[in-house]
Design a protein around this ligand. Sequence first.
Ligand SMILES: *Cc1c(COP(=O)(O)O)cnc(C)c1O
Length: 454
Amino acid sequence: MKPKEFSRRRFINTVSAGSVAAVVSGSVPAFGNISSFNNNAGKLAILGGTPVIPRKIGPEWPYVDEKMVDAIVKTTRSRIWCRIQSPNGTVPTFEKDFATMLGAKACVSTGSGTQALNTCVEALGIGPGDEVITSPYTDPGTLSSILSSHVLPVLADLDPESYMIDPADVERRITGNTKAIMPVQMGGQPADMDRLLAIAKKHNLKVIEDSCQAHLAVYKGKKVGTIGDLGCFSFQASKTIACGEGGAIVGNDDELMDHCYTVMNHGTNRKGLTVRPGPKYRMNEFEAAILLGQMEGAGERFDIRNRNANYLNSKLKGFPGVVPQKLYEGTESGSFYLYMMSYKKEHFNNAPRSKFLKALAAEGISLDTYLSNGLHREPWVDHILNLKSYQKMYSPARLKQYRDEMNCPVCDSTCDEMVMIWASGPLLGTLEDMDAIINAIMKVYGNRDKLNSI
Ligand SMILES: *Cc1c(COP(=O)(O)O)cnc(C)c1O
């Protein structure tokens, strides 16, 4: 079967069967003989050769179409700009549609993914003196959502192959004050949810899924974000469903979702009573208009990203130089906001990652390194340890232990090896585009003896 003939239905069936990497098995290259890539490598573009990729891969991102432009004009003219002006405005409509899209009972929108996460922390009653375990390898918004409630963020180390929190390390870091686990669905792919849920159950902890990168991803028949107690999404401009800045919480517990609404709405509940402290985290009607305008095509774009990611995975299978992110058993599809790989320099003549990236960029494909440091190595750690509020809420012994245990060596090596594609637009390219990415990597591999001198 040629990849081009791959129908959506057949694709979904194949992926559901769990054979993610075998999707285009007809075209997997023979890596039994890696040395064949030393021949016909061609002269590196950075040394004056012809670049492999003469064009941009995939469409520009964020996505724009005339329907979205019309929706903004319509919202402007309607004078309904804020969600409280109408129960049928774009924000309430978006919340209904997004909940339906994910198979969740309810959705509460917010002004960002960070706000969505913080709303969950507050709605679950997690506050000063409590601890939440999350990943050091994530957007700073994850951390911010915990710190904003004066809660202690405890960072667990990673599974080196998936770049997501290692459940065993999560369990080691649980204390008597731990209230929740906040797993990050890194790159948009599902975390090791079964194991994390089991640990949460055993220790009576809540699970807040940081699915800010993982729109529409599926794990064991469930959309990511609907697996834990609450799930959060971001619609920041780079994400695979985007409106500039925006966020959403999904969940199946009506009472808890009402708490989320109240927190988001400056402490004022759906009946109009002001019942508790809360920030004002409302999404506005323009943001929801943009989101409604692109939800229709979002599923189709999601399928194309999955097809392309599976194609890249199949092409890289067995190649030791660049290793794609491991997908956990139970992963039926990923969102592929990021297409992540580890660069193994020992297979590139020990050339540093920067030289590999430089050579590849000259061939026409720019990979990024994501975080240069895990969050455990950023200055906020010492900052909070010096705050009076933290010194009052946590014992000196706990804070000392916290500082001493702020080590995540797997995260450090992940930061050193990461090479990734911001995939929202690029992974919407054609299979020929995907071949070009592979050819560029293999061309650089074939010239690895020259990399150290560029
Ligand atoms: C983008 C992102 C966030 C924060 O979302 P914002 O909308 O930017 O506030 C949180 N966590 C992860 C994993 C993200 O990728």
